[in-house]
Design a protein. Structure first.
Length: 276
């Protein structure tokens, strides 16, 4: 028996990385999963996005943990498409209890960009990371309220959502701005939804071993970031966390063990924010 038995979680960016890890962990704890991913590249992003085959693999991994998963291809930038995917999943499972607004991109560049390239990166990062987070919450909140059982929303932010770094180009600035933005979204919703016993929090990972952190464009950006070496190292002796480390925090925040935890910025960062 898991501590999430009978509950249903909606997870965006579920095909790989942190989203996949969250789906597998919550399924192991007893939840069923509604999961979406774009399964297509975004031109301004410096690394490939997940594929439909990876989304299907996530379904298999969830089922191996004893869970059920309804997967759909949907873009968090498209509210109506995202809502349709969620509504269909809720209709099939009959409820919604947990929301993980996880989908995100980080379009970092070390090479010099044209202003049009910078503007495109800025727009795409904000649209996925911040607009997408709002779309996810907005589509899910009516289902949580209708259920009358409370619930939990967790937005994936970043250490860049608590500290000021990311360079001076559109992608890096967009990443920091978007990850700060979801904190404001979280704090406002935490107050607004508290009477419904719906808890809202953010998690703030340091670097996590996913495509976002280990792709060549990001590696080059970090290697050339001003004072990048010691400045961007974790105080604890680990270079990167694993996706499962963030999933452990998610599992706590969405569980009844955290039933009175809301409005919290929850770092999982090996001490990164504490030193800056």
């Amino acid at each position: 028996m898991g501590n999430l038995d009978g509950k249903v979680a909606f997870i965006t960016g579920v095909a790989r990385g942190q989203g996949r890890s969250h789906a597998v962990r919550l399924a192991a704890d007893g939840a069923n999963i509604i999961g979406v991913d774009i399964c297509a590249d975004i031109e301004s992003n410096g690394y490939p996005m997940a594929s439909r085959a990876e989304l299907d693999e996530t379904v298999e991994l969830v089922e191996a943990k004893g869970g059920k998963m309804i997967a759909a291809v949907a873009d968090v930038r498209d509210f109506h498409g995202l809502k349709a995917a969620l509504d269909s999943g809720v209709e099939q499972f009959g409820r919604l209890d947990i929301v993980c607004a996880n989908a995100g991109i980080a379009s970092m560049s070390f090479r010099e960009l044209t202003i049009d390239e910078e503007l495109q990166q800025w727009n795409d990062v904000l649209n996925v990371n911040l607009f997408g987070a709002f779309h996810t919450a907005r589509a899910a909140i009516p289902h949580l309220i209708a259920g009358g059982r409370g619930g939990s929303i967790v937005f994936t932010s970043s250490t860049a959502g608590l500290r000021g770094f990311g360079g001076v180009q559109g992608g890096g600035l967009g990443y920091a701005a978007s990850k700060h933005g979801v904190v404001g979204l979280m704090r406002t919703l935490a107050n607004a939804l508290a009477p419904e016993s719906i808890r809202v929090n953010t998690v703030h990972p340091t670097a996590v071993r996913t495509m976002m952190a280990v792709n060549p464009a990001m590696v080059a950006f970090l290697e050339n970031y001003p004072d990048g070496g010691p400045h961007l190292q974790n105080p604890m002796p680990i270079d990167m966390l694993e996706p499962e480390d963030i999933s452990a925090a998610i599992a706590y925040l969405v569980s009844d063990e955290a039933k009175f935890v809301t409005g919290v910025t929850f770092p999982v960062d090996a001490g990164f924010c504490n030193k800056l």
